[in-house]
Design a protein around this ligand. Structure first.
Ligand code: ADP
Length: 163
């Protein structure tokens, strides 16, 4: 087990698929934290658009070359993953007040599960505040153009996928 470094941060999420709001948060996080671990949650009870391995691959293609950024997946409790990976900070994006209640609840629960876990909220550029994976999925399913909403690798993957 690595020592828990205050400046290692994990950015957990479904990333199904990754979009430019996520990319924006990762760029902002890198300006503050030397080590940013993007971690795809393996959530078995949802019907995903893309398998976890594909999501990890697309994130790696989009931001994996940035120094200090790692991309992986995890199952089980986030705090257990953090203990193993040496991260103490949980990064979450805060788009609007509507995100607040859920995020606040999860942040307090994670701290209860591991008192050293600190959640840090980052706000995206205004142009991404309306963006979510759900919106991207809906537009894509209806045949809309998602090229300005997702990184090029995700756009290519969605274009190759049967709607
Ligand atoms: P989504 O909410 O898009 O389905 P995830 O569940 O993968 O995405 O979210 C992972 C994290 O990224 C969460 O903290 C979420 O609030 C944040 N996030 C998602 N979309 C945006 C956005 N447009 N701007 C900033 N943060 C975002």
């Amino acid at each position: 087990m690595r020592p828990h470094h205050a400046l290692a941060a994990v950015y957990p999420g479904s990333f199904d698929p990754m979009h430019l709001g996520h990319v924006d948060i990762i760029h902002r996080a890198r300006a503050v934290f030397p080590r940013v671990i993007v971690a795809v949650l393996q959530n078995t009870d949802k019907a995903p658009l893309l398998p976890v391995a594909t999501r990890v691959e697309l994130i790696a293609k989009s931001v994996g070359e940035l120094p200090g950024v790692e991309v992986t997946s995890f199952s089980g409790l986030l705090v257990d993953f953090m203990r193993q990976s040496g991260a103490r900070v949980i990064l979450r994006g805060m788009r609007a007040v509507s995100d607040f209640e859920y995020e606040f609840q999860i942040a307090l629960m994670n701290r209860r599960l591991w008192s050293e876990a600190e959640t840090v909220f980052l706000t995206p550029n205004e142009e991404f505040t309306y963006l979510s994976s759900r919106v991207v999925k809906e537009i894509w399913q209806l045949g809309g153009d998602v090229s300005g909403l997702v990184p090029p690798a995700v756009h290519a993957a969605l274009a190759a996928l049967a709607r």
